[in-house]
Ligand binder design. Structure first.
Ligand code: SER
Length: 318
């Protein structure tokens, strides 16, 4: 059996922190290198400061740890990206090119590239958005993800580099906070509820978006990366569905546990971004190719979010 050595970029981010632990469990703590621009003290194991824009530094890291798989999570998200469009394009693209090039020229055999519902824009069917939709993204983040998907496919075809990718919906978890996304409200709302504070939402009450509980998102990632290569028919990026809800629906789910929870609505520029995205996703291809099946619906997620955040805030106060 070959030993896999894993490098994660963006390991201090919302998804990276949780994916790192899952990869440590799967491959062993000594075989997983978490990296980011800043450290995250939340987990044991190997951590390296790494700026993926620096190709020499990335090359050295891959050589030092004999890396065989890279999970490239470092990126600027949709809302933050609109503040600095050219810098976002530069960071999102140059880091991915560095990962692709270093992988092609080294022993890295597999690469994971996270794409997003942000690849979709106007001209889509917003309900059950199909895999093969017209992609005309409204944000620079979305443009960089569409380009990334096509480069993933290019490196697979031209260099036989096994790049795999998922179009994540908004990811919701209690373990870590998102930063700079349009779906971030759906994490913040749980923190406010548990702290028994009112919540002001930056989207309209009825704005339905595709979302996924973080445990499902991590499991989807591991299952995709584990699937036999011949099963992977999509070499750009797979549509992935968890659940879909609006702010008023998540508020209603929370109110089953906190009946006095108050939410007000004050939409900002993120409303336009959300309005350009799907309401729900058709992920039939992921189901067919590698057996994808989400486990969490809205109420199941609300329970686990609230239970864990309660324990967290009680321990902070204690
Ligand atoms: N959660 C991301 C965002 O809102 C979507 O990929 O930017």
């Amino acid at each position: 059996m070959t030993t896999e050595n894993i490098l994660i970029t963006g390991a201090s981010g919302q998804l990276g922190a949780v994916l790192t632990k899952a990869l440590q469990e799967k491959f062993g703590v000594d075989h997983v290198v978490a990296s980011d621009l800043r450290s995250n003290k939340d987990y044991e194991g190997i951590f390296e400061i790494l700026d993926v824009k620096d190709i020499e530094a990335l090359k050295a890291m891959v050589a030092k740890y004999k890396i065989t798989q890279i999970y490239h999570l470092a990126a600027i998200l949709s809302a933050k990206g609109e503040e600095f469009p050219l810098m976002t394009w530069d960071i999102n693209m140059s880091t991915f090119f560095n990962v692709l090039e270093v992988s092609r020229l080294s022993n890295v055999k597999k690469v994971f590239f996270p794409s997003s519902i942000a690849v979709f824009g106007n001209n889509i069917e917003r309900v059950n958005t199909p895999q093969d939709s017209n992609l005309s993204p409204s944000t620079v983040y979305g443009i960089s993800k569409v380009a990334g998907e096509n480069w993933a496919n290019y490196y697979y075809k031209k260099y036989n580099l096994d790049v795999r990718s998922l179009r994540y919906p908004g990811v919701i978890g209690y373990q870590s906070l998102p930063g700079g996304g349009t779906t971030d409200y759906a994490v913040d709302i749980y923190h406010k509820a548990v702290k028994q504070e009112p919540f002001e939402c930056f989207l309209k009450a009825s704005t339905t978006l595709p979302m996924i509980y973080i445990e499902d998102a991590v499991r989807a990632t591991l299952e995709l990366m584990d699937a036999p290569a011949e099963n992977i028919s999509v070499r750009t990026s797979y549509n992935l569905s968890g659940m879909s809800f609006s702010p008023e629906e998540v508020a209603a789910s929370i109110k089953k546990i906190y009946p006095k929870f108050e939410v007000s609505y004050s939409p900002d520029f993120r409303q336009d971004i959300a309005d350009s995205w799907p309401m729900s996703i058709d992920d039939a291809q992921a189901k067919e190719d590698w057996g994808w099946k989400p486990q969490y619906d809205l109420d199941a997620m609300s329970k686990v979010m609230i239970d864990n955040l309660k324990a967290y805030y009680n321990s902070v106060i204690a």
